[in-house]
Design a protein around this ligand. Structure first.
Ligand code: ATP
Ligand code: MG
Length: 325
């Protein structure tokens, strides 16, 4: 069996739309090691959430369809598991924190009931004990008056509170993998940093995290390794320090130019010229070529594979070596 916790290989996801079939995720492969925080970055629409949701078969289908690939977890392919078997894994071994908290809290049940239910579904125990655990987790995610909150309905909570309840629910069973898709967008900085402390603590205990964020400062603080996605594909993969110090793909370099975290200089925040191509209309060759200041004829015609370079890093650019320090 693989030493990795999760091995994704050759994942392709399509959506059938009125305008045609679009490929949101295109031959994506990566692994998550035990006790690792793996970052997933890239501009809006490049396929981060679709990749993340595919792992637990949470793609709405139709219009979505996983067309190929495998997601090996503890010797089983999650993508072909029967519904019932997947339900036993979700929330226990792998849990997900969504961009939108509303989507996973039931409006009909009190917060306490939902937390207790999440525990009892996988670990039979008396209601009282499960509720006590729920209360402890509300405290851990920084919810004031947890006792009172247990008796509240989600609609009585602010967006930030709901987000924290969802995070507590994702963490409560100590899963071996948490997939966190922009987990702290609705939270203020202090609470967000408390959540990230919790994630680090869980990582030390035995949990891996896939962390999707537009905040490259957060990625830098949290991640061991990062995948950079562009137009449905992974274009670079590297250890965090290496990625920030020596990005090899022109897209990664453009992305990083918008973060002033490393050198502390007061720079103008750069934006990347042009737009992410529509998945209905990807350009031929390298999908970044029309925005790339270094593109040559070859880039317009041939599509560069994600390849492993001599340093062990991976990049999908014909000229990656040129930028290697
Ligand atoms: N239900 C859907 N129907 C049709 N197309 C979809 C659907 N969900 C996602 N897509 C398309 O798949 C592509 C990838 O979307 P995805 O949500 O993964 O982007 P993302 O990288 O998570 O972006 P963001 O940073 O804005 O969250 C986009 O082009 C999007 O329009
Ligand atoms: Mg998303």
């Amino acid at each position: 069996m693989s030493k990795n916790l999760l091995d994704i290989s050759d994942l392709c996801v399509d959506f059938v739309t009125d305008e045609g079939v679009l490929r949101a995720v295109d031959h994506v492969s990566f692994s998550v090691a035990p006790n690792e925080v793996l970052g997933l970055v890239g501009e809006s629409g490049c396929g981060k959430s679709v990749t993340a949701m595919s792992i637990l078969s949470l793609i709405p289908s139709p219009p979505g369809k996983i067309c190929s690939g495998a997601a090996m977890f503890q010797g089983r392919d999650l993508l072909t598991l029967p519904h019932e078997a997947l339900r036993k894994i979700r929330g226990k071994d792998i849990s997900m924190i969504f961009q939108e908290p509303g989507s996973c809290l039931s409006p009909l049940h009190k917060v306490g009931e939902q937390l207790a239910e999440a525990v009892q579904l996988h670990y039979p125990m008396p209601r009282e004990k499960a509720l006590k655990k729920g209360r402890q987790w509300l405290e851990k995610v920084g919810i004031p008056e947890p006792e009172r909150m247990l008796k509240a309905y989600p609609f009585q909570l602010s967006g930030g509170m709901q987000q924290r309840v969802m995070i507590a629910m994702a963490m409560i069973n100590g899963p071996s993998l948490i997939i966190a898709d922009e987990p702290t967008t609705a939270l203020d900085v202090t609470i967000a940093s408390q959540i990230f402390d919790l994630m680090r603590h869980m990582r030390d205990e035995n949990t891996s995290v896939i962390l999707i964020s537009h905040d490259l400062g957060v990625i830098w603080e949290m991640c061991d390794r990062v995948l950079v996605m562009y137009a449905g594909r992974i274009v670079e993969e590297a250890e965090i320090k290496n990625l920030f110090e020596n990005p090899l793909h022109p897209y990664t370099r453009a992305l990083l130019r918008s973060v002033p975290v490393l050198d502390g200089e007061d720079r103008e925040l750069a934006t990347i010229e042009g737009q992410v191509p529509s998945p209905l209309n990807y350009p031929p060759g390298c999908r970044f070529h029309d925005r790339c200041p270094h593109a040559v004829e070859q880039c317009k015609k041939q599509s560069p594979e994600l390849r492993t370079l001599s340093t062990g890093k991976k990049a999908a650019c014909f000229f990656a070596e040129q930028w290697m320090k």
